[in-house]
Design a binder for this molecule. Structure first.
Ligand SMILES: O=C(O)CCC(=O)C(=O)O
Length: 560
């Protein structure tokens, strides 16, 4: 390996050597001639990988090699299979049945560094301590080109019986998911990836509803085995969630009664001045509106949580129906590259996305489909969120004016929502702290939560010149060790609930995160892409994609 000493591959191997930790070895496509086990393979496909076994690291040393005219130093690793009692499937037929444990390469002590090294080359002994001035130095009688060095039989054949525990708990990647009572297709195990039943290749699960083999020579596509999540699982998730939140709330908020707060919401720092009030809107009682302060006084923005209830959830085209529609329809949710796009090390987002309406450019590149082509759950959601946005903003402005608060949100123009980002979360997925502060966005963001409950948190931003800005509100000033502020507000965000963030400054001064606590959750989030910020071409595209279909009367929502 060419990894530097602070590289993660080197560190992992060095740790395994030091801790005598087992390492599972899989040969990848860089070894085109490796043998392939016949069992279960389809003869029409060459497997691009082969699973070997568990090994332990016995030696880690540095060698010099010539690449072109350059002498380069590379790390070498020697592995030994742990289970010496079972014949390896890749062993040549001519190999003996039993591993020889009496073979040892000779060793010699270096006259310069005094470190003992094995004699690993047929050409003779060399010091393998890479920090020694004598490292990898050949004597005159060894005269052989570095690239022609070969390892001794003793070094290759050495086998040692050493206690090294092979993990009992390790799971093979699924081939597909059986949709039985225990398995619904969004369990954690289903998310890690799968191995193709045709070519055996390991692939990432990129799509919500289907499994596509990433081996370019195979590309077999199968529907993911998804099953409707039973009501009893959702009810159990909610009961557990309420209990946990209540417990945390009674500890964190003890002795701090807040009449306008959701009974499950937590203020995690009572000196931090978050104002709040409660109101009723349509069929929603107990709507909570929180005002997050700006450093130096005034309000950065408002956050409104509109809690749902059974009447709302069960209404025609209400949250229950929308959740079931999203479960059964393919709205083309997929994971998209979030880091080193297109590279071998490409990292995908943990959750699944699809954009509708105008393009929304954020850290992740997500395809967008016009509202005219969007499925009904998307259009029902946009109309619900448009209603809740208007209600929340007029309440926030009224409260700020009557309480004589400085708040840019009072006068910031707010356009219609012309974009909806649908997110799908499987078990253990979440969205980490971030802001929705892209320069193209209007001052309001609203979301509808469907399915498993989640916790939404806010924390003031740290760094980028903001260190200590919130010190007057009781938050710690900058320390070298702690580079993040803690959350100041945590609220329950459950099935059918909606939320609205309002005020551009809320995105400048705060970050939010959402952590679902269950098996399956959808979030439908609307924003306004401000046309004045776009190029001519982008504006034309946003106007077409963000336009609602001609007759939308069936989608209109007024808080029923
Ligand atoms: O999951 C959610 O409900 C909100 C997602 C979110 O934070 C965002 O889209 O910016």
């Amino acid at each position: 390996m060419t990894d530097a000493q602070d590289g993660y591959i080197y560190k992992a191997i060095a740790n395994a050597l030091e801790g005598n930790n087992p390492v599972g070895l899989v040969l990848g496509e860089d070894y085109p001639d490796h043998p392939v086990p016949k069992e279960g393979s389809n003869e029409n496909h060459r497997r691009p990988y082969a699973v070997l076994d568990f090994f332990r690291v016995t030696d880690l040393w540095k060698e010099n090699i010539m690449t072109g005219n350059n002498l380069v130093k590379v790390w070498r690793v020697r592995f030994e299979k742990i289970n010496l009692d079972e014949r390896s499937w890749w062993a040549p037929i001519s190999a003996s049945e039993n591993a020889q444990t009496n073979v040892q390469p000779p060793t010699r002590q270096c006259g310069i560094c005094s470190q003992v090294s094995k004699e690993i080359f047929t050409a003779g002994w060399m010091c393998l301590n890479h920090t020694c001035t004598n490292h990898f130095t050949m004597t005159r009688d060894m005269a052989v080109a570095v690239n022609d060095l070969t390892y001794t039989k003793e070094f290759l054949d050495q086998r040692t019986r050493v206690q090294c525990e092979i993990p009992e708990e390790w799971t093979r990647l699924q081939t597909h998911l059986s949709a039985d009572d225990e398995n619904h297709g969004t369990e954690k195990a289903a998310h890690g990836g799968f191995h193709c039943v045709f070519c055996g290749c390991c692939s990432r699960r990129i799509y919500w509803n289907k499994l596509i083999c990433e081996n370019p020579k195979c590309k077999v596509e199968e529907p993911a085995d998804m099953k409707v999540l039973p009501e009893r699982i959702l009810a159990a998730e909610l009961a557990g969630f309420n209990e946990r939140m209540l417990k945390k709330n009674s500890t964190v908020n003890a002795g701090m009664p807040q009449p306008h707060w959701d009974p499950l919401a937590c203020a995690l720092n009572w000196s931090f001045p978050i104002s709040s009030h409660t109101f009723t809107a349509g069929n929603y009682a107990g709507v909570r509106q929180y005002f997050l302060p700006k450093p130096g006084g005034g309000i950065a923005g408002s956050f409104t949580l509109i809690p749902s209830n059974d009447v709302v959830n069960r209404a025609e085209n209400g949250p229950d129906a929308l959740f079931r529609q999203l479960e059964s329809k393919d709205i083309k949710l997929k994971r998209n590259p979030a880091a080193v796009r297109g590279n071998k090390m490409e990292g995908l987002t943990r959750h699944y996305q699809r954009n509708f309406g105008a393009n929304y450019k954020f850290g992740v590149q997500v395809d967008s489909e016009g509202f005219a082509e969007a499925p009904p759950p998307v259009l029902f959601s946009v109309h619900r969120l448009d209603w809740v946005k208007s209600v929340s903003i007029s309440q926030a402005r009224g409260w700020a004016l009557s309480n004589r608060q400085t708040y840019d949100g009072i006068s910031e123009p707010v356009g219609d929502f012309n974009e909806l980002l649908a997110l799908g979360f499987m078990e253990d997925d979440s969205i980490n702290f971030h802001d929705d502060g892209e320069s193209e966005l209007g001052p309001a963001v609203a979301a509808l939560s469907l399915g498993s409950p989640s916790v939404m948190s806010f924390r003031p931003k740290y760094g980028k010149g903001r260190d200590g800005q919130f010190a007057a509100y009781g938050l710690p000033a900058s320390t070298a060790a702690k580079k993040k502020y803690p959350s100041v507000l945590e609220v329950p965000f459950r099935h059918g609930d909606m939320m609205v963030m309002h005020g551009k400054e809320i995105q400048q001064f705060y970050e939010h995160a959402v952590v679902p606590q269950g098996m399956r959750r959808f979030s439908m989030t609307c924003r306004t892409i401000e046309l004045s910020t776009l190029s001519e071409d982008e504006r034309a595209d946003a106007l077409v994609k963000g336009a609602m279909p001609a007759d939308c009367s069936m989608y209109v929502y007024r808080g029923e």
